[in-house]
Design a protein around this ligand. Structure first.
Ligand SMILES: Cc1cc2nc3c(=O)[nH]c(=O)nc-3n(C[C@H](O)[C@H](O)[C@H](O)COP(=O)(O)O)c2cc1C
Length: 309
């Protein structure tokens, strides 16, 4: 049985979501936080709230940082150390142009010189365990080969590979053969990430790559938050059972978010994200009704109807 890691999804898997998922559903070895970055010389207060130990109590959380230089890498690492972390994930995979254009995320992959400098930086932090999350490259799927080669010079907790380039974003299919090449080429343990939505998908990857350290799942867990617990308990649920559990999780999220958010519009926008990837579980009509409900009252009525599915 492989460990399942919950992928970071900016705007979805915040501290509230992670806490409640861990308490009510589980099956996850580690939850990765959405990336923390430097903005006008410091960390945004929203990002600090997300990584604050008090907001992550008893949840196995790994904070993630994104950077375009050794200076940014060191600043963020030092801040996380101040918050008591000794385990940090490095984002070299984000495809969003806003970050990638500035050599952050997958935009750093063509810049071997910057990555080498950051590796030198990592070597100075003896008490910190790092992992890397990366893609095949920015616009060329050979870039990862050189990066894996230089990462072979340092001991990492693991390298998570999403086998697409940055410019591909989420289009097309994952490149399993390229993943296989990097998997056999890396001295560091490898975690697979990309397009896992069912127990069968997990078993296929498990069978193909027997030496894998684990599997990281993002959108598949947002779609069906029970996926990892179904896997760890070797028990596949039907959609009705999933929806019952999701409604319980939804209600707990409502209570927590209503303490932080102000007004119906903020609540509606936040709560709708909970269902955004769940059309395959809810079915097209109920999904549309929830997503297009327009105001909080209609939204709650549409959610209430889900229990009759
Ligand atoms: C809206 C959105 C936000 C994301 N935010 C992050 C992030 O903050 N850090 C990161 O490493 N990956 C981020 N990702 C990528 C996911 O962690 C994951 O690598 C990707 O969705 C592929 O895995 P999946 O097919 O299991 O979803 C994001 C993806 C999406 C769709």
């Amino acid at each position: 049985m492989l460990p399942i890691y919950f992928a970071p999804i900016q705007g979805y898997t915040d501290d509230v979501y992670r806490r409640i998922h861990h308490r009510m559903i589980g099956g996850i070895e580690e939850y990765y936080t959405p990336f923390v970055r430097v903005e006008v010389g410091s960390i945004r207060s929203k990002d600090i709230r997300d990584i604050l130990p008090a907001n992550n109590k008893n949840v196995p959380v790994v904070p993630q940082i994104i950077f375009n230089s050794r200076k940014e890498f060191e600043y963020l690492t030092n801040r996380l150390i101040e918050y008591g972390y000794n385990r940090i994930d490095l984002n070299m995979g984000c495809p969003f142009p806003l970050q990638a254009r500035h050599k952050r995320g997958s935009g750093i992959l063509p810049h071997i010189d910057i990555v080498s400098d950051i590796i030198e930086g990592m070597k100075t932090y003896n008490n910190i365990t790092f992992s890397v999350k990366m893609r095949l490259g920015w616009d060329n799927n050979n870039e990862a080969t050189s990066i894996i080669e230089i990462l072979n010079n340092i001991d990492l907790q693991h390298i998570t590979i999403h086998p697409r380039t940055g410019v591909e974003q989420y289009k097309g299919s994952v490149d399993i053969e390229k993943f296989r090449t990097l998997y056999s080429y890396s001295y560091n343990p490898i975690v697979y990430n990309g397009d896992i939505t069912t127990l069968d998908d997990i078993h296929i990857i498990e069978d193909k790559f027997p030496g894998l350290k684990g599997i990281m799942v993002g959108r598949g867990l947002l779609c069906n938050p029970l996926l990892a617990s179904e896997y760890s308990e070797s028990k596949e649920f039907g959609n009705t059972q999933r929806i019952i559990k999701m409604l319980e999780m939804h209600n707990a999220l409502m209570v927590e978010y209503s303490r932080i958010l102000k007004g119906d519009t903020q609540m509606l926008n936040k709560m709708r994200t909970f269902w955004e990837y769940s059309e395959p579980v809810l079915g097209r009509k109920p999904y549309k009704k929830v997503m297009k409900s327009g105001n909080l009252k209609n939204y709650l009525a549409a959610v209430n109807e889900l229990k009759f599915l």
